[in-house]
Design a protein around this ligand. Structure first.
Ligand code: ATP
Ligand code: MG
Length: 333
């Protein structure tokens, strides 16, 4: 049976990129009737330095973001990774399946380690094998993610295939990435060639789910654009990275397509289009940020949801890990 898994790191405030590229689509999948598991991947978060109090707050705020976006703990399993030790246990096995050469090719490691690779954590390097475990410990078949995670899902497939091949079993499924919609790669508002990211040092580069209406309007007004009017066909966005980004954001927020949006706004200049985009963004995001703030008033309730979610997740993960241990040849008595 199909099973959906995805995760987000509690590494800071959620961005419009996380919302459109991941969360909004998690909600769509939850409501499509398949089994869905959504995780706050706190063990991935510490691959980069994190202040413990910030990590706790970011984990609860991320849970509030999931709930405020429409995820329902009765329909989806919501939990934080560190409360389900099976992820780390299978992650170790996958560290021994993945090849150094495979991990060496991962662009996320290169981006995040920067120039000083010798000083990156070993966890940042082996991040993709833990991510493969996150997915495969549930035998998940579909993973909704943004475009930036495509390479990691391909590695997950390679790990599953190598495990199956090396042990002569047909045990782990070959997972499908689900990268769909107009906003699979939301770009920075300051630089149309960089992805919008919650860990970008410039706050003006992103819209946070917790930004108020004035902040959203200001960031969109200041967003980098070009002086030309919008085209009426998508071909006219060729080479206009920033223009394309704003049109894609509009389309995704409006559950529409860039083609349909350009039919409406083709011919407008940015001083006309940006206020339309701000209005739409505020209309869609402010109910979410309001609900997040309300939920954050009762973190005991959030912790309870995460604990219950973890218990449900372990029920699925534990027999799959047991079977993997048997296949590998670990004695259990
Ligand atoms: P970090 O900078 O800490 O890596 P992030 O914003 O990239 O933070 P992640 O937790 O790494 O967030 O990713 C969570 C999900 O959000 C993933 O599915 C990822 O593909 C998606 N995502 C992140 N940024 C974008 C973006 N700019 N556009 C579309 N999807 C995105
Ligand atoms: Mg990321």
């Amino acid at each position: 049976a199909p099973r959906v898994f995805s995760g987000i790191q509690p590494t800071g405030g959620l961005t419009l990129g996380n919302y459109l590229g991941a969360m909004k689509r998690f909600v769509d999948m939850q409501d499509s009737g398949v089994e869905t598991l959504y995780c706050m991947v706190d063990m991935h978060a510490i691959t980069m330095p994190q202040d413990p109090d910030n990590l706790r707050r970011a984990t609860r705020e991320l849970a509030a973001g999931y709930l405020a976006s429409g995820l329902d703990p009765k329909k989806s399993i919501l939990f934080n990774q560190s409360q389900v030790p099976e992820h780390a246990q299978l992650g170790w096995i996958f560290n021994c399946v993945a090849r150094m050469g495979w991990l060496n090719r991962m662009t996320q490691f290169k981006d995040k380690a920067g120039k000083n690779r010798e000083n990156a954590s070993a966890g940042l390097f082996t991040y993709p094998s833990l991510m493969a475990a996150d997915i495969l410990v549930y035998h998940a078949t579909h993973v909704p993610v943004g475009e930036d995670q495509k390479q990691h899902i391909e590695l997950t497939r390679d790990i599953a295939a190598k495990f199956n091949h090396d042990y002569g079993v047909d045990f782990f499924p070959i997972t499908e990435p689900v990268i769909e919609g107009a906003a699979t790669r939301v770009m920075s508002l300051r630089d149309g060639s960089k992805k919008m990211s919650k860990s970008d040092p410039s706050d003006a580069s992103r819209i946070n789910l917790t930004d108020d209406a004035d902040t959203i309007a200001l960031k969109i007004r200041k967003a980098k654009t070009d002086p030309d009017a919008l085209p009426s066909e998508v071909e006219g966005l060729e080479g206009r990275l920033e223009a394309r980004n704003l049109v894609n954001i509009y389309a995704a927020l409006d559950d529409s397509t860039p083609e349909a949006v350009l039919k409406e706004v083709g011919g407008k200049v940015f001083s006309e289009f940006k206020p339309m985009l701000s209005e739409l963004a505020v209309a869609k995001l402010s109910p979410i940020s309001g609900e997040m703030a309300r939920l954050m008033e009762d973190t005991a309730e959030i912790d309870k949801i995460l604990g219950e979610g973890a218990a449900k997740a372990r029920k699925i993960a534990s027999p799959i890990l047991d079977k993997a241990y048997d296949i590998v040849g670990f004695v259990r008595s």
